[in-house]
Design a protein around this ligand. Structure first.
Ligand code: NAD
Length: 518
């Protein structure tokens, strides 16, 4: 492969940063572009997780005591470091995932933007705040934000740079330490992203990476950390959330989706088709917020379909470390098998393939053509199940109400997209779609890249949010300190009945006062 990151010594050097406390079984890692072995990672154990958590805990107190300005300075430097070192990150992300370079670049941008955002807002978010006290003028009430301690992060392979570090950044800014279990397939690039953070000034012991299988290392992480930030499939998310619940540990769950895109009757079909192509086939469809269902109004259906199928057919498919290919490989054999199964099942039950529907072994062992299906019905697997591959189903609808009803006919609720010539109408329709993020005249990037706003799923797509204030405050415990002076809040020496009358009158007066006077 045409990159220095396929070199065994460079990968071995990165593995030096793993927390592994003894000889471990090995898990093979392959390069999806070729299917060749890339190396092996150690299969971590619960002992390794315990060691990692202990190491992070020991450093975390001192980190939390450092002024927030010093903590966020690391994030500011990291944003620059990631942009400067982007070629390394892009190469290694491509080596381990098989994705197109433009998709890898979205990760670099995301990490840099997230780092700058939280560097900017974290000081305000963690600052202690005065709140309205129980008795005006007599109770001084302050809310403090304390870090939860050690955050456990479990991440998937599809966006291995973003999902390994972007959720860790607000946790670190809030004064926490982090133990990460990356997906087995993409451990090296997660290590590289973490190493850049250390180069930006993060104490190395504060961010530990434990490699290995989810059932073992991931589960142990849930048992030993103070907060769990999980990104992955809904099936695994249910198990992780249940385990966190048993431990009474808080968690956020960023899970799967079956995301709808609505083309309204006034949309420009060419423009909508061009946006939909990116919405469906970014990262070869292995993107939690990419589109798998297209609901197109009858008025523009035929024009949209022609434009969309034409644009999909002309996508440049391939493997390479330049910006030539627009769609890369799937990450592994299971992904290819699932994608193939969804398309074959749809065809067997009567759906038509308008374009795509074929493996491209000539380009790489897991390359699959961007595929557009028509005539998909509820008995087909692709109708409701997440494919997580380059496959989209096209449906004709009659009016906004039907488009919204069909978009909402899913247990998932992650991301949606609405295309229209009338932005105000687009906003109104967006508000009716049951998804955590809805983009108008964009596929997914507008909402995702609005780092100041929360992002996450409704229904089976998850719990909690990343980004926005929530994306940092979730890693804190709020503590209320109330200082009372003068009269006490209980009757004290007063006869109880007199006290109840005074309190009744006082409560009536208080409830009528404007908020700022209370
Ligand atoms: P996955 O659930 O199989 O694995 C995700 C992570 O969980 C991996 O690190 C895995 O090793 C670990 N894991 C597996 N079993 C575990 C267990 N029992 N306990 C703890 N950890 C365990 O998901 P995947 O196939 O790697 O990723 C694809 C899925 O992730 C898709 O469904 C996609 O939609 C979803 N995803 C969601 C988002 C989001 O932000 N909502 C982002 C990316 C991917």
């Amino acid at each position: 492969m045409n990159t220095e990151w396929a070199d065994a010594d460079r990968l071995a050097d990165l593995r030096e940063d793993l927390v592994v406390t003894g000889d471990r079984a090995r898990i093979p890692v392959e390069a999806p572009y070729t299917g060749e072995p890339l190396g092996e990672i150690p299969a971590g154990t619960e002992t390794d997780v315990e060691a990692a958590v202990a190491q992070v805990r020991e450093t975390q107190d001192a980190w939390a005591e450092r002024p927030v300005g010093e903590r966020v300075a690391v994030l500011d430097r990291y944003a620059d470091r990631v942009l400067d070192a982007q070629d390394d990150l892009l190469d290694l992300a491509q080596v381990e995932t098989g994705k197109a370079r433009r998709d890898a670049f979205e990760e670099v941008l995301d990490v840099a933007t997230t780092a700058s955002h939280y560097a900017d807002v974290a000081p305000g978010l963690v600052a202690s705040e005065r709140r309205r006290g129980a008795l005006p003028g007599l109770t001084k009430t302050t809310v403090h934000r304390q870090p939860v301690g050690v955050v456990g992060a479990i991440s998937p392979w599809n966006y291995p740079v973003t999902l390994a570090v972007s959720d860790a950044l607000p946790a670190l800014a809030a004064g926490n330490g982090v133990v990460l279990k990356p997906a087995q397939q993409t451990t090296h690039v997660a290590l590289l992203a973490r190493r850049l953070l250390v180069e930006a000034g993060l104490p190395p012991a504060l961010f530990a990476v434990v490699p290995g299988a989810g059932e073992r290392v991931g589960a142990a992480l849930v048992d030993h950390t103070d907060y769990v930030c999980f990104t992955g499939s809904t099936a695994t998310g249910r198990e992780v959330a249940a385990r966190a619940g048993r431990n009474l540990v808080d968690c956020s769950m960023e899970l799967g989706g079956k995301n709808p895109l609505l083309v309204l009757d006034d949309a420009d079909p060419e423009r909508a088709a061009s946006g939909a192509v990116r919405a469906c086939f970014a990262n070869a469809g292995q993107l939690c917020i990419s589109t798998e269902r297209l609901y197109v109004d009858d008025a523009v259906y035929d024009e949209f379909r022609d434009a969309f199928v034409g644009a999909t057919r002309s996508l440049r498919l391939g493997t390479g470390f330049d910006y030539g290919p627009e769609v890369g490989s799937l990450q592994n054999a299971d992904q290819l098998a699932k994608t193939t199964r969804h398309v074959e099942d749809a065809v067997e039950h009567g759906a038509s393939v308008l374009t795509g529907g074929r493996e491209r072994q000539d380009l790489g062992p897991y390359v699959y053509e961007p595929t557009v299906l028509e005539g998909v019905t509820p008995e087909m697997v692709a109708y409701a199940e997440e494919t997580f591959g380059p496959v989209v189903s096209l449906y004709r609808v009659d009016g906004d109400d039907e488009a919204v009803a069909r978009a909402n006919d899913s247990p998932y609720g992650l991301n949606a997209s609405v295309w229209t010539a009338d932005r105000a109408r687009g906003e109104r329709v967006a508000r009716r779609v049951d998804c955590g993020t809805v983009n108008v005249n964009e596929g997914y990037a507008a909402a995702w890249a609005s780092t100041d706003a929360p992002m996450g799923g409704m229904g089976d797509s998850g719990l909690g949010r990343r980004h926005g204030d929530e994306g940092l405050l979730k890693y804190t415990e709020s503590q209320t300190v109330a200082v009372q002076r003068g009269v006490r809040v209980d009757p004290g020496p007063l006869p109880t009945e007199l006290w109840t009358r005074l309190m009744t009158a006082g409560t009536r007066v208080l409830s009528r006062l404007p908020g700022w006077l209370r």
